[in-house]
Design a protein around this ligand. Structure first.
Ligand code: C2E
Ligand code: MG
Ligand code: MG
Length: 456
């Protein structure tokens, strides 16, 4: 094994690996070799996998595809930004060399994407796949030296047994990448391909690809409303709007599943717009029938940086003739940073327009009381996990009481979420909490049902 040296030898070529022709790349070689590591590329890896799958199908020894990702994309981008392209390329070459050092001479390593390397090993051979994976992970626990700078990188390693019924080489490679991601997220040195977690990814992909059409139509999304009860008079003066998705083939999809996916994409814009406009229209209808009810809508931090966010809000309030004081915007604690001046500015303007702002799920993350002093908001919603714990733990009583008192001291109104029992209701009422929401009083329901619920 060589020492932690930058690059891959004097000539910049990988030891013991197939190399592009000596005279340089020809037109035919373009795409067949990686230009940074000069290792065979994904194109050649797929050809190799096709041959292997074919051989295995004919009864030849089973093999395992191994894929190593060198670093998390975010980490690599930080290296790139701080130290530049040349350095980053040296890092990739040094990483590739580390992998090769752990392998028998006849194993070919393919550079399948910028940060990923793949190879195939025979099961039951001199180097079992798991042992190789452990060796590679272990080898990377030492920092990689690049131009005399130690770079710590955590590899993700995915293993795919090639007898698992794969017919398409690209499928096997994709499965290996999924497994490498699993290894990274589980902090294990390596992970086998798990069709279960892959199915979850496919479902996530499916939901996101189906979403634009669902947003276009008017039958898949509806709003349900969950009453908030004021402890002082035991009545409901406002409700929270909660989106519901009835997918034409997958059935009912929980917002807890699709909202986090949508929030990672630009689709959160039209989705929040749909919810806001629907909620404001509903407010208008209630106002017309003399019903004095407010609505609280969940918004994403991304929404608060949309340039036309406030303009559109204003437009809908005007169009449906709604008093802005009836509308509240909720965003999750921690999702909004007080250092983001643009977002803080939007929240301030929202309040200046007459709406209120609520900090949702307070106490679910690494809550910081100082956070409350820096966010322009009116309401703190105590997370349901803490409220549910009131059933069992003394600590929860202590925490909920403390949060309630502190939030009151800072001028917030306090709402407790997730009240499932009379015991929790009475405790919260007793400590002077302002409002409560939970299955004990009412579940989220469609507007028609809400009408009769309120009538009772
Ligand atoms: P959230 O804003 O904290 O909403 C409260 C959630 O707690 C709702 O789940 C509600 O049904 C549930 N809940 C209410 N009372 C109880 C109770 O007593 N016990 C328990 N165990 N749960 C209770 P839901 O409707 O599934 O929504 C989940 C999350 O999805 C919401 O949490 C919110 O973060 C997000 N979400 C829902 N609708 C929207 C939306 O229109 N826009 C955005 N951006 N997010 C939404
Ligand atoms: Mg909420
Ligand atoms: Mg909440």
């Amino acid at each position: 094994m060589s020492t932690d040296n930058a690059g891959a030898g004097e000539s910049g070529t990988m030891p013991r690996q197939p190399q592009p022709p000596a005279g340089g790349f020809t037109a035919e070689d373009i795409g067949r070799y990686d230009h940074v590591t000069r290792l065979p590329s994904r194109v050649q890896c797929l050809e190799r996998l096709a041959a292997d799958l074919d051989a295995i199908a004919r009864g030849d020894v089973p093999r395992t595809l191994v894929l190593v990702t060198l670093a998390e994309a975010q980490h690599f981008n930080r290296i790139l930004r701080a130290l530049g392209h040349g350095f980053s390329e040296d890092f990739i070459r040094a990483g590739a060399e580390r992998i090769i050092e752990c392998l028998d001479a006849e194993v070919t390593v393919y550079n399948v994407s910028v940060l990923s390397f793949a190879f195939v090993v025979r099961d039951g051979g001199t180097q079992p796949p798991e042992r190789i994976a452990r060796a590679i992970a272990g080898h990377f626990t030492n920092a990689v030296m690049v131009q005399d700078i130690p770079i710590q990188s955590t590899v993700g390693i995915g293993l795919v047994p090639l007898d698992a019924g794969f017919t398409a080489p690209a499928e096997a490679l994709r499965a290996a990448l999924t497994a490498a991601q699993d290894s990274r997220s589980s902090h294990h040195p390596f992970a086998y391909y798990n069709p279960g977690s892959d199915a979850a990814q496919r479902r996530a992909f499916r939901l996101l690809t189906d979403l634009p059409e669902a947003l276009e139509g008017d039958d898949q999304f509806t709003l349900h409303f969950q009453p908030r009860i004021t402890f002082a008079d035991h009545l409901s003066h406002s409700v929270e709007a909660l989106i519901r998705w009835q997918h034409p083939t997958l059935g009912w999809i929980s917002p807890a599943e699709f909202i986090p996916l949508v929030e990672a994409t630009a689709l959160i814009r039209p989705l929040t717009a749909l919810v806001l406009e629907t909620a404001i229209r509903q407010l208008g209808q209630w106002q017309d029938t003399g019903r004095e009810l407010g609505i609280s809508v969940n918004v994403s931090p991304r929404n608060l940086t949309e340039p036309e966010f406030l303009g559109r809000l204003h437009g809908w309030l005007e169009r449906y003739g709604v008093d802005p004081r009836r509308l509240e915007l909720e965003f999750t604690e921690g999702a909004v940073s007080p250092d983001n001046t643009r977002t803080m500015d939007t929240l301030q303007r929202v309040r200046a327009m007459g709406m209120t702002v609520a900090i949702d799920d307070f106490g679910s993350g690494y809550s910081n009381m100082a956070y409350l002093t820096r966010i322009p908001a009116d309401v703190v919603k105590i997370d349901k996990s803490l409220v549910l714990d009131l059933e069992t733990g003394e600590q929860a009583h202590f925490l909920v009481r403390k949060i309630n008192n502190l939030a009151h001291g800072l001028g917030f109104s306090v709402v407790a979420e997730g009240i499932e029992t009379a015991k929790a209701y009475d405790f919260l009422d007793g400590i002077g909490c302002d409002q409560g929401q939970g299955f004990h009083m009412a579940r989220p329901m469609p507007s028609e049902q809400l009408d009769s619920w309120l009538g009772q």
